[in-house]
Design a protein around this ligand. Structure first.
Ligand SMILES: Nc1ncnc2c1ncn2[C@@H]1O[C@H](COP(=O)(O)OP(=O)(O)OP(=O)(O)O)[C@@H](O)[C@H]1O
Ligand SMILES: [Mg+2]
Length: 509
């Protein structure tokens, strides 16, 4: 019955409502076999919801779906698999204590296959599509990128011809992203239909054939990738032209607030995660931190926030050594940290609680009274919703029901509103749409103008160069150099990140 000349997917008048939020509003969209479609839209515009209906997680309130020319009723994830649809979610769904192979066959007849045969079968698929996979490696020993490869293999093993990826690149390095794209191109060549969600416009332009743009639950347009550009796409997404330029305000009151001296932190296996790190962070400056993933960024943040034991060295905040102080004592000194981890709900927010409670967790936990006054947190939540354009049913909706990007705005908004002297922020725009990313850059600049000392751990070199005053490059836990962001180049930073800078060690101050 299925006919290759038909569309892989036809969505006709699809709508989905949650309470008073119309997440998807009468969406008509078709995707062909052998095509890569990028799904673009601001945070909360309904991308994940739409895809979840194809994956059998939600059922549409109205409209119909056809797969390969036949009307389909996708009532469960199992149904989706039977229709040949596989989805890679924002949060992985692997069993950590199992190895790759066990995860791949979980819930299929492959479980009963002889291990040798099964392994061959998996290696066959991986050769065909260029996946790098170690069938016997345990998931808990894998990097994010390796886990993602297992998820893709799981889908391919089940014979999916339609692959949906929800922000697969949000936590990948540029090199890992390129590897993923190579796999996707191979799948496309073999006739698969692929839908990818990403907020990174250069990726949209690089990988897709067509782009579908959602705004506030409605499909605004679909355009051919060849015929569009970053500015046009942003305008379609936001509904008005948006300047993609970051300001770098000048400040004058630059005094050392944080002085990190010979700081070393050990990994659990006794090797050094950061080695003899030296730098000074000044009021009214943004010190960018660049480095490939796992170069010590996380440990540096954790050490300053008092979350890990340090091996040697000192962190002086206004001349007071904060090493040995508890995280609470460090927060009281005005050092505030927001770290957006790979799993956004993994750190800092409680998913089952609403914005108000999450804000109270931080700002008002030192409240001594028996009756905690909710009013300030309520007021602040309302302000944040307004200021950061947070899309949520209301300020009491559990944050796990909010879209990924909106959760992040809550996370950073809460830190900024605690009026810190030092703001350490790691990957604050991970998963954020373009417009929200620029809102966050503006927020950081506002803090800078208020003389806050900002340590900004970033991934996007273009952003680091535009936003920072100075950039510190980490490589294998060492400071490779600290350079002036106004005069350095992307190439120089790139070389330093791999430990190959020609300037020789850089000029640490
Ligand atoms: N289970 C749910 N219950 C209530 N509201 C929901 C639920 N899932 C999604 N929503 C709401 O529907 C809207 C669309 O959310 P969705 O997750 O589809 O957005 P998105 O485009 O994927 O955003 P992001 O780019 O941030 O991931 C949001 O306002 C969100 O809060
Ligand atoms: Mg989403």
């Amino acid at each position: 019955m299925s006919n290759e000349s038909n569309y892989a997917i036809e969505l006709n008048g699809i709508s989905k409502v949650f309470g008073n939020v119309v997440a998807n509003d009468n969406i008509n969209l078709n995707i062909k076999y052998g095509e890569i479609l990028a799904l673009l839209g601001e945070n909360g515009s309904g991308k994940t919801t739409l895809m979840n209906m194809l994956a059998g997680i939600y059922y549409p309130d109205a409209g119909s779906i056809s797969i390969a020319g036949n009307e389909a009723a996708i009532g469960s994830p199992k149904d989706a698999i039977d229709y040949g649809i596989g989805m890679i979610h924002q949060h992985f769904k692997l069993v950590e204590i199992f190895n790759a192979m066990d995860n791949i066959v979980l819930g299929t007849d492959g479980r009963y296959e002889k291990p040798k045969l099964l392994k061959d079968k998996i290696l066959n698929i991986s050769n065909k599509f260029g996946l790098e996979i170690e069938p016997e490696k345990k998931i808990y020993n894998m990097s994010v990128s390796e886990k993602q490869t297992v998820e893709i293999m799981k889908v391919l093993y089940r014979g999916a011809k339609i692959l949906i990826l929800d922000e697969p690149t949000a936590v990948l390095t540029p090199q890992e992203t390129e590897k993923l794209f190579t796999i996707l191109r191979k799948m496309k060549e073999q006739g698969s239909a692929i839908i990818i969600i990403t907020h990174k416009l250069h990726e949209v332009l690089n990988i897709s054939d067509r782009v579908a743009i959602l705004r506030k639950g409605k499909l605004v347009d679909t355009v051919e990738t060849k015929k569009t550009n970053e500015n046009k796409l942003t305008e379609l997404m936001v509904g008005r032209p948006v300047s993609l330029k970051i300001k770098r305000p000048e400040t004058t009151n630059n005094k050392t607030v944080l002085n990190v001296v010979e700081l070393s932190v050990e990994n659990v296996d006794g090797t050094l995660a950061i080695k003899d790190v030296n730098f000074k962070l000044k009021s009214g400056e943004i010190l960018g931190v660049a480095g490939i993933a796992g170069s010590g960024q996380k440990e540096l943040c954790e050490a300053i926030a008092g979350l890990v034991k340090i091996k040697s060295g000192a962190v002086l905040c206004h001349k007071e050594n904060i090493i040995g102080k508890t995280p609470d004592e460090i927060i009281k000194l005005g050092i505030s940290m927001s770290f957006v981890p790979e799993d956004r709900l993994g750190m800092g927010l409680v998913g089952s609680m609403g914005m108000v409670e999450n804000i109270m967790l931080k700002s008002y936990k030192n409240n001594k009274g028996l009756f905690i006054d909710k009013k300030p947190a309520k007021k602040l939540s309302e302000q944040l919703v307004e200021k950061l354009d947070i899309v949520t049913q209301n300020i009491y909706t559990p944050v796990r029901m909010m879209s990924g990007g909106n959760v992040q705005k809550v996370l950073l908004g809460r830190e900024i509103e605690s009026n810190p002297n030092v703001l350490i922020t790691a990957y604050p725009v991970r998963g954020l749409d373009i417009n929200s990313s620029y809102v966050i850059y503006d927020l950081l600049n506002e803090q800078k103008k208020k003389d806050v000392a900002i340590l900004f751990i970033g991934e996007d070199l273009d952003v680091l160069l535009e936003l920072s005053d100075r950039i510190m490059v980490l490589c294998h836990g060492k400071v490779q150099g600290i350079v002036d962001a106004k005069t350095t180049t992307k190439e120089e930073i790139g070389l330093m990140m791999t430990g190959m800078n020609l300037t020789g060690g850089g000029h640490n101050e």
